[in-house]
Ligand binder design. Structure first.
Ligand SMILES: Cc1cc2nc3c(=O)[nH]c(=O)nc-3n(C[C@H](O)[C@H](O)[C@H](O)COP(=O)(O)OP(=O)(O)OC[C@H]3O[C@@H](n4cnc5c(N)ncnc54)[C@H](O)[C@@H]3O)c2cc1C
Length: 447
């Protein structure tokens, strides 16, 4: 087997799909015998929509509610300013994203990894039921408490959570229909949001003084949620039913390296942070999209193994930036009068279009660029342009291979399978470097 993907959350599922597209022999496993049914994330950010679109994976997800705004610590960000076909978030529960990505994939469930050893040629993995699997490469997409990370001995520096909060899916009565966007302004040391989901269910997300004294693994009770709703909304909102509920913190940690020989980390296994702004799942999807084509090319022997180091080089800074912005958001949300003044000042500055565009680019993922090169376009995300023959860049990328764009009166551009510019020139006589620098062959050229 070429690659073992451990963990069938959104990160592992997209990675396995990418590796299969690249022609690799992949197995994906998960310790859970079935999905929990809980959705932590509720939205897809614009860059994640672009990613799925470029593989033809969106299906009917585009029919989901469109939110033309994101937020930074509760201060709205106008996404209509973004240069993308999708200047909005899609209101889609994480469960639906996982179901979509799992279609046509064979996840081996009930396999919990407990040990792993690598040698020069491969990696041996062991599971709780005694199963052993050997693969050329292993990717840990096994979430925040990643066994792949700990068994590989990769450090996870950072800090513990400073607050504990509750996420609960509830059926309530007395909700006003105009509560559409999260209200994240603290009041009396507490924060509460109530967002409508499908089927008469609401997502309650709250924290207050009481939650700070409860351990993270203590079950959330009906009484605790009912009391929090009553304290915030008064007697109008009554809890009728408590569905899934759990606690989370704003712990901020990041794997010190994303690659150790034949083992990689992606998604929450590589980084954890507060969910503020709705970025975690999106960050994991982008890790998978970055690693998938590179590992696929190495497995096919179309690229040197050195290409794999660029996964850490590109994605570690991207993860660090999200940790930094979520920590900054956490500060702006501290319930304190002086910080409320800072929030107001900050909200004022975000009314400046360029400031809004910059921060909307960060939270949406649209603004991310990798290391620059000797042409201004290198390292930048390729917009989904319509080409002279009527096709689009995303259609050309569908096969998951490099695409050479050779359009009249524009630079010649080599686009990587993940939609970033690898090489460009303004000289029509100059071609891309031999084998694109890592012995690659384009699937399609626009000429
Ligand atoms: C309250 C809350 C709200 C959030 N809201 C958003 C949001 O709006 N937008 C957003 O982008 N993100 C959000 N997130 C973050 C998002 O949910 C996570 O970042 C995302 O689930 C990470 O996906 P993953 O695939 O990396 O890991 P996970 O979803 O954690 O999946 C890991 C998988 O690995 C499996 N596994 C674990 N250990 C083993 C093992 N030893 N062997 C085999 N399998 C194993 C697990 O069963 C699981 O299926 C939120 C998080 C929280 C807590």
């Amino acid at each position: 087997m070429n690659v073992l993907v451990v963990g069938a959350g959104p990160t592992g599922l997209l990675l396995a799909a990418e590796l299969t597209l690249a022609g690799a022999d992949v197995q994906i496993v998960d310790k859970a015998t079935k999905r929990s049914g809980q959705s932590k994330a509720l939205t897809l950010q614009p860059r994640s929509i672009e990613i799925l679109h470029s593989r033809g994976l969106l299906g009917d997800l585009l029919d989901s509610p469109r939110l033309p705004a994101g937020h930074f610590a509760g201060v709205p960000l106008d996404y209509t300013a973004l240069d993308t076909r999708f200047p909005y978030q899609l209101g889609i529960p994480q469960l639906r994203v996982e179901q979509l990505l799992e279609a046509n994939q064979d996840v081996r469930r009930g396999l919990e990894l407990i040990d792993l050893h690598q040698d020069e040629d491969g990696v041996d993995t062991t599971f709780t039921d005694g199963t052993t699997i050997r693969a050329d490469w292993v990717v840990g997409c096994d979430g925040a408490h990643s066994a792949v990370r700990t068994r590989t001995g990769i450090g996870f520096p950072g800090r513990d959570g400073r607050f504990t909060a509750v996420v609960a899916d509830v059926v309530v009565s007395g909700v006003r229909p105009d509560w559409q966007l999260p209200e994240l302004v603290p009041r009396d040391g507490a924060v509460m949001t109530l967002v409508p989901l499908d089927g008469g269910v609401h997502r309650a997300l709250f924290t207050g003084p009481e939650q700070q004294h409860l351990p993270k693994d203590q079950p959330v009770t009906h009484d605790e949620v009912a009391a929090a709703l009553r304290a915030w909304y008064g007697a109008d909102v009554v809890l009728r039913e408590l569905r899934h509920a759990s606690r989370f913190t704003d712990a901020a940690r990041q794997a010190e390296r994303y690659r150790d020989g034949r083992v990689f980390l992606a998604g929450d296994a590589a980084h954890i942070h507060s969910p503020t702004g709705g970025q975690g799942m999106n960050l994991g999807l982008q890790d998978a999209f970055n690693l998938g084509w590179k590992l696929g090319a190495v497995v096919r022997r179309d690229a040197d193994e050195s290409l794999l180091d660029s996964y850490h080089d590109e994605r570690h800074p991207a993860g660090a930036a999200v940790l930094a912005n979520t920590r900054a958001q956490g500060v702006l949300m501290v319930p304190d009068d002086d910080i409320a003044c800072l929030r107001d000042t900050f909200a004022d500055l975000l009314a400046v279009p360029e400031a809004n565009r910059r921060l909307a680019g960060v939270i949406s993922g649209i603004g991310l660029a990798y290391a620059p090169g000797d042409h201004a376009l290198v390292g930048r995300r390729m917009p989904d342009l319509t080409l002279s023959d009527g096709t689009t860049v995303s259609e050309r990328l569908r096969a998951g291979r490099h695409v050479l764009l050779d359009e009249p009166d524009t630079p010649r551009i080599l686009v990587r399978p993940d939609g970033y510019v690898q090489w460009a020139t303004d000289d029509p006589e100059v071609g891309p470097p031999p084998n694109f620098g890592h012995r690659m062959t384009p699937a399609a050229s626009s000429r």
